[in-house]
Design a protein around this ligand. Structure first.
Ligand code: NAD
Length: 311
């Protein structure tokens, strides 16, 4: 962490869910923090809660704007189109943001000679039979989102090898925590609208590896400061998998609704969905000494109660 003291840090997507938590932590380490975000899914309220930050409302698809920003020492590249079904309906827009946008950010990094941490996704593995999945598995994306992240990763690897940039790729599993969106938030919204019925999209047997955003922030900072992280790709998950039906039951139990709410399933997954996400996290444990500290079982109650503060 010491290496980030007073570094010029540039965070794309800093107004989003993970970016907010990352920037909150970074703002205690440096007074030179810039968030670059077009607010397409991020929130200006998030930015307002981060002390000592410079906010630039702009798009990573705009290379001139990116190049006109102040020099950065470290770039955390989080900005992305993150919705899998949207990527299937709008593959070109998804590509423009996640693939070309990443290339634009890497060009800024090349000019600045900045260190880069790129947030990739479990979506690059797609429906893999190798579970838990190690980084060495390779690519078999099942969605345009997964494919655009693969392209982003490949450009990172190219810039690392050919231009000698210090780049680390973190493949994130399902991130949850305060202010999250995704399946947990979706269930809470559905239950608050109608506590008698909870509809799950798909069979409910699809499963996910849930990792808490505070653990992800620790991994992001470690990736930017550890020499051992340079040129590497790491899975960042909890190393456990939970089916969506199990998650729904855990949530209903906490809410005291397990006997009152009927769980139904559509049995039709959305296009590009993955059956099972389960990360092998032994590489990041071994190389960086990172270990997830917060389990879903322990944190879900707190998260459900906390959510009331943000609703
Ligand atoms: P988010 O949608 O909350 O944050 C993304 C941010 O990027 C938003 O603030 C949005 O306004 C900004 N953005 C989008 N397009 C932009 C553009 N063209 N120019 C500038 N800014 C733009 O999502 P998140 O969950 O915080 O995800 C952050 C990163 O982590 C993404 O790269 C995502 O692919 C990756 N990731 C997230 C998860 C997860 O479970 N949340 C899992 C795997 C990977």
């Amino acid at each position: 962490m010491g290496q980030l003291n007073e570094a010029r840090i540039f965070v794309t997507g800093g107004a989003g869910f993970i970016g907010f938590h990352l920037c909150k932590k970074l703002s205690s380490l440096t007074s030179n923090l810039t968030i670059y975000d077009n607010l397409s899914s991020g929130k200006v309220e998030n930015v307002k809660h981060i002390p000592r930050v410079r906010f630039v409302k702009a798009d990573i698809r705009d290379p001139k704007k990116l190049q006109s920003q102040e020099k950065a020492d470290v770039i955390f590249h989080l900005a992305a189109q993150v919705v899998v079904p949207y990527s299937m309906e709008n593959p070109i827009e998804d590509f423009e943001t996640n693939a070309r946008g990443t290339l634009n950010v890497l060009e800024k990094a090349r000019k600045d000679d900045a260190r880069v941490v790129f947030t990739s996704s479990a979506a690059v593995y797609g429906n893999t039979p190798v579970l838990p999945t190690p980084e060495s598995y390779g690519y078999s994306p099942a969605s345009c989102y997964g494919l655009s992240k693969v392209v982003g990763e490949q450009y990172c690897n190219m810039y690392s090898k050919q231009y000698g940039l210090d780049i680390t790729i973190l493949r994130l599993a399902n991130v949850y925590g305060p202010r999250c969106h995704g399946v947990i938030e979706d269930f809470l919204n559905k239950i608050s609208r109608n506590p008698e019925k909870l509809e799950i999209i798909g069979s409910g047997m699809q499963s996910r590896d849930f990792v808490h955003v505070f653990d992800v922030v620790d991994a992001l900072i470690l990736a930017a400061t550890s020499d051992a992280a340079v040129g590497e790709t790491f899975n960042i998950g909890f190393g456990k998998t939970v089916t969506i039906i199990e998650l729904a039951k855990m949530m209903l139990k906490i809410l005291g609704l397990l006997d009152k709410t009927v769980i139904t399933t559509t049995n039709v997954p959305w296009k590009g969905d993955i059956n099972k996400i389960w990360f092998d996290i032994s590489k990041v444990q071994r190389v960086l000494g990172w270990q997830p500290k917060i389990s879903l079982e322990d944190n879900l109650r707190e998260l459900i109660m906390e959510r009331k503060m943000f609703s």
